[in-house]
Design a protein around this ligand. Structure first.
Ligand code: A3P
Length: 315
């Protein structure tokens, strides 16, 4: 899915091969589709969503720029929404990866599994990395809810680079090269600033439909953020639940250390044969300090400040 589509017989092949191309984030080929850079093989999935996906009013979507904490937000949302269905001692998250519990729409559509999305009972929980401007009308105009998570671009870059380095160990991409491409906004799903800003602006315009979360704040204030999330997806915690520690149980179940140590996340393999363990690397704020020079950090921060200027959003 993440690799070139030249050999296959994809119906959108001609269109995709005519799009502007970026090959510096090796070994991938990225194409510019509607203002964002995508792994070639994923674009048919986005087109599929645009042309055929119909959101239902009570759907909940988890949306993010890749490597911003999607896996964590999937686990938290899944366990919050289904807390009356499963006990914490025999929970699906103890056996399944968060990516098995909530699947990516782009991949569902790439793999011709649209009937899977249709067959889910409401309220559906789905996920994507698609930018706001590329979503189908049904997702932007219906009563459905979108939960978006963002993260400091410096940590996003570091996380993305390690992910690819570990996924394809012989990938020749150096961190310095990745840094340049990321600063140019040409990493997968980039530019990150446009992605984040679109959802930020829309969350200000329609706060009842889009909840904008931040990885760093979720790390420092997990309880407050989980309460916010539960209210937003229309299943707030009751006083009784507050008293009996349900919030703490969900936070514990979804914590980095808990998930990372589970067999399924240590040994299992998920979509596109990506080992589940690659989604659980360090799970901290500020790992950029161990991977880039202060000059690099200042340069990336400056770009971020410039791009977000006037929006009210800062990192
Ligand atoms: P690092 O590579 O910095 O460790 P995504 O899920 O969007 O791909 O993002 C992956 C990042 O989220 C990785 O960051 C990963 O370690 C971190 N992560 C995964 N599960 C987490 C959890 N339960 N709590 C906090 N961070 C988590």
């Amino acid at each position: 899915l993440f690799f070139p589509i030249e050999e296959g017989d994809n119906p959108h092949k001609e269109l995709i091969l005519s799009l502007p191309k970026e090959t510096r984030w090796q070994p991938y080929v990225l194409r510019l589709y509607e203002g964002f850079w995508w792994w070639e093989g994923i674009i048919p999935g986005i087109i599929g969503i645009q042309q055929r996906f119909k959101a239902r009013p009570n759907d909940v979507f988890i949306i993010s720029f890749p490597k911003s904490g999607t896996t964590w937000l999937k686990a938290l949302t899944f366990s919050t929404m289904n807390r009356h269905k499963y006990s914490f001692t025999n929970h699906p998250l103890l056996r399944l990866s968060p990516h098995d519990c909530i699947r990516f729409l782009e991949l569902i559509y790439c793999q011709g599994e649209e009937s899977y999305a249709e067959s889910l009972t409401s309220p559906r929980l789905l996920c994507c990395h698609t930018p706001y401007s590329c979503l189908p009308d049904s997702m932007t105009t219906s009563e459905c809810r979108i939960v978006y998570i963002c993260r400091d671009p410096k940590d996003v870059l570091v996380s993305a680079w390690y992910m690819d380095k570990n996924y394809i160990p012989d990938a020749p991409l150096s961190f310095n090269q990745a840094f340049e491409v990321f600063c140019d906004g040409r990493s997968g799903a980039g530019p990150i600033w446009d992605h984040v800003l679109q959802y930020w602006n829309e969350s200000l315009r329609r706060p009842d439909k889009i909840l904008f979360l931040n990885y760093e704040e979720m790390i420092s204030e997990p309880h407050q953020n989980l309460r916010k999330l539960a209210e937003f997806i229309r299943c707030p915690f009751s006083e009784e639940e507050e008293k009996t520690g349900v919030i703490e149980q969900i936070i514990e179940l979804c914590s980095f250390n808990k998930l990372k140590e589970l067999d399924v996340n240590k040994k299992g393999e998920g979509f596109s044969n990506i080992e589940n363990e690659l989604f659980f690397r360090k799970g901290v704020v500020g790992d950029w300090k161990n991977n880039m020079t202060l000059e690099m950090a200042e340069r990336l921060d400056e770009i971020t400040r410039e791009k977000l200027h006037g929006s009210g959003l800062t990192f």
